[in-house]
Write a protein that binds this ligand. Structure first.
Ligand code: RIB
Length: 312
């Protein structure tokens, strides 16, 4: 099976369950706090490992209990964590996530070691990074580590003709146009696409126009996820909508990560882009029915049972 390299963040999520998310100046009595392994990069690597893929994670944690717990959780589903750097002077990344009774969330990130995963740190072992990318078939990244690092890894991966998938989250409005060249797939949600293009979008036509703007910048395929509605694939040849399966969502944390990772895994297994999207939708439709980030990721059997019904 093809090998997938995930380059990105690892966070310990502090999940606060609350009746509603407080407004500025408001105090709310929460119900519960839990520590759950998260981070967009780690969630993606975890998903691929849990679903049976061959996956390696490149990222950074601090030398602390959270860092150890995050690496152990990934290793527990078969992710190769031998190139997750353990930094002496940084704490492991943290995400403070408030979830309300409607399943809506708001997140505050403390980057910690993720912010220290700079091109300089990676360049200290450039030969090793080249070898890691050379031995991978697909490189998956997000934007919770420095943008220069994502750009650097992307350029190396493109020079080695690897398939590149970028989940542009959290989205930034300041990404230079050149960043997008030679990326095979991006997977923004509607809000992220608005931030990336600087245009508000409500209708499907506006979303397609936004996706086309990303194609003009050099991305080869744009998959825009639209929550419970479904997703849109836009490339130079087609625009296709994929309807979502109807489920009762309780927590959408990591649903996008689950989609991106399952999609990447399906491509690695030789599925077509269309099949891979349906596979990603099947996995994320289960993840939203469960609480937490890595705790919400389904098993292979669960995903297959939904996928086989949806692909008919
Ligand atoms: O995408 C979900 C993730 O975003 C959470 O696990 C949290 O760590 C933040 O990075």
């Amino acid at each position: 099976m093809k090998k997938i390299l995930v380059v990105g963040s690892l966070n310990m999520d502090f999940v606060l369950e609350t009746p509603h998310i407080p407004q500025a100046g408001e105090t709310v009595s929460g119900r519960k706090v839990s520590f759950i392994p998260g981070g967009k990069g780690a969630n993606q690597a975890y998903t691929i490992g849990r679903l049976g893929g061959n996956v390696k994670m490149l990222g950074a944690v601090g030398r602390d209990d959270f860092g150890r717990a995050l690496k152990d959780n990934l290793a527990g589903v078969g992710v190769d964590v031998s190139d997750v750097c353990v930094l002496e002077k940084e704490a492991t990344g943290q995400a403070y996530i408030a979830i309300d009774d409607a399943g809506e969330n708001s997140i505050i990130l403390i980057a910690g070691a993720n912010g220290a995963l700079t091109p300089e740190l990676i360049r200290q072992n450039e030969a090793c990074l080249k070898e890691i990318i050379e031995s991978s078939d697909i490189v998956v990244m997000q934007l919770e580590i420095p943008l220069e690092t994502v750009l650097y890894v992307k350029e190396l991966a493109a020079s080695l003709h690897k398939l590149i998938i970028v989940d542009p989250a959290p989205a930034l409005s300041t990404i230079p146009d050149g960043f997008w060249k030679e990326i095979d797939y991006i997977k923004p949600n509607e809000t992220e696409l608005s931030i990336l293009t600087g245009k508000q979008m409500k209708t499907q036509e506006e979303i397609i126009a936004g996706a086309k703007r990303m194609l003009e910048k050099g991305v080869r395929n744009v998959i825009v996820t639209m929550g419970g509605k479904g997703c849109l694939l836009v490339n130079h040849d087609l625009e296709q909508f994929f309807e979502a399966r109807s489920v009762k969502a309780v927590d959408t944390t990591a649903a996008g990560d689950c989609f991106t990772a399952s999609f990447a895994l399906a491509l690695a297994e030789g599925k077509s882009c269309f099949e891979a999207i349906v596979f990603g939708q099947a996995a994320s439709s289960i993840a939203v029915t469960r609480k937490g980030a890595q705790t919400s990721i389904p098993t292979r059997e669960e995903v297959m049972s939904v996928y086989t019904q949806c692909i008919k």
